[in-house]
Design a protein around this ligand. Structure first.
Ligand SMILES: CCCCCCCCCCCCCCCC(=O)SCCNC(=O)CCNC(=O)[C@H](O)C(C)(C)COP(=O)(O)OP(=O)(O)OC[C@H]1O[C@@H](n2cnc3c(N)ncnc32)[C@H](O)[C@@H]1OP(=O)(O)O
Length: 218
């Protein structure tokens, strides 16, 4: 085995990195259930920390103390770094939120062509004026649509384009509903659409194209 320099993936010596195989491998939990529960609880705690920090007015001493505590935790984790396929972050595909804090946690059922979920953005994702950052909304759509596809019976694909329309300010700290659907499939191309609502108000919608990876495509 050797390591792909760009992706950190372990590959057979001389074999090119295969994106399809790597995505298919993600459909199995990366560790035992007890670790999954502990990891999920840890990422939820991290979300809470980031939201509170983003909304807090701290003083110089508090900022310096936090920096020192974070530096200590970072150095403890450094020795535990692994390659991309072995990482735990975001790879708990059997759990809502998948063990990551990049976007709010949501859950969609397996094997469906459309799904609805609830999400709540915290203050970490505020752009300004207590409106959710547009980039965070696009990221939610990319993740949700990609995850809907990954959970369908279709072979692995990757986002080719994603267009987001911001229709109304997306509020922070309240439950929102997101609906995602695979609208049609043409050969390797999958067209998808999504909508984010607060009650009856459409906050944002999106449409995008995902292209099925060919065997051996990175
Ligand atoms: C990867 C995630 C998996 C999930 C696993 C589960 C784990 C849990 C994850 C949950 C969800 C995470 C979600 C993160 C999702 C990302 O973050 S993905 C990262 C962002 N996207 C990228 O990096 C993609 C980069 N681009 C590429 O890799 C390649 O361009 C693509 C998209 C694979 C397409 O390349 P290609 O296979 O060479 O496609 P090509 O043969 O040129 O075109 C095929 C067809 O598509 C059309 N097409 C291609 N691109 C476009 C375009 N931009 N506009 C219009 N048409 C286009 C072509 O015109 C062609 O049409 P036809 O002539 O057949 O009618």
């Amino acid at each position: 085995m050797s390591t792909d320099q760009q992706t950190g993936h372990a590959t057979e010596a001389g074999a090119p990195f295969d994106g399809r195989a790597a995505i298919e491998a993600l459909m199995v939990a990366p560790g035992p259930p007890a670790l999954g529960s502990a990891y999920q609880a840890m990422t939820e705690e991290l979300r809470g920390f980031l939201d509170v920090l983003a909304g807090a007015a701290i003083d110089t001493e508090h900022a310096a103390r936090l920096r020192a505590q974070l530096a200590q935790m970072t150095s403890r984790l450094r020795g535990l770094e692994v390659g991309e396929p072995q990482r735990l972050w975001g790879h708990w595909t059997d759990r809502p939120g998948r063990g990551q804090a990049l976007i709010p946690s949501y859950d969609v059922p397996k094997g469906s062509l459309e799904a609805s979920a609830t999400v709540t953005f915290g203050r970490f994702h505020v752009g300004e004026n207590m409106a959710v950052h547009g980039g965070a909304i696009s990221m939610l759509f990319d993740d949700l649509l990609g995850w809907l596809l990954a959970r369908s019976d279709l072979p692995p694909s990757r986002t080719a384009f994603l267009t987001t329309n911001f229709r109304a300010v997306t509020p922070v700290g309240v439950e929102l509903t997101v609906h995602a659907r695979i609208t049609h499939v043409e050969g390797r191309k999958r067209f998808l659409a999504a909508e984010l609502r607060h009650g009856d108000t459409v906050c944002a919608d999106a449409e995008g194209l995902w292209v099925e990876l060919r065997p051996g495509q990175p």
